[in-house]
Write a protein of this length. Structure first.
Length: 90
């Protein structure tokens, strides 16, 4: 499902115009992205939770140059489905 299909489905189920649905979708994505940039996770009941995890810096070997390099730390986004979501998928 792409964004257009999602917006179409949301518009039909909520009985809102496509324009209003798109506005709400953009507001929702802005809020979610701002929380992720603040490294704050989000929990959506009956759906799941998104958490920010930190991958520590580490040493890695580059076989092309035969040198070790230090990889910087990075943040990863992980999703854990809720128990209800897991049950619904069975």
């Amino acid at each position: 499902m792409n964004t257009a299909e999602l917006l179409q489905s949301l518009s039909e189920k909520s009985e809102l115009s496509k324009t209003r649905t798109k506005e709400l979708y953009e507001i929702f994505t802005e809020v979610v992205q701002s929380k992720f940039s603040e490294e704050i996770g989000i929990a959506i009941p009956n759906f799941g939770s998104f958490k920010i995890k930190e991958k520590k810096s580490r040493r890695s070997f580059n076989p092309a140059t035969k040198e070790y390099v230090q990889l910087p730390k990075k943040l990863l986004l992980s999703f854990t489905p809720s128990a209800q979501m897991k049950e619904d998928l069975r």
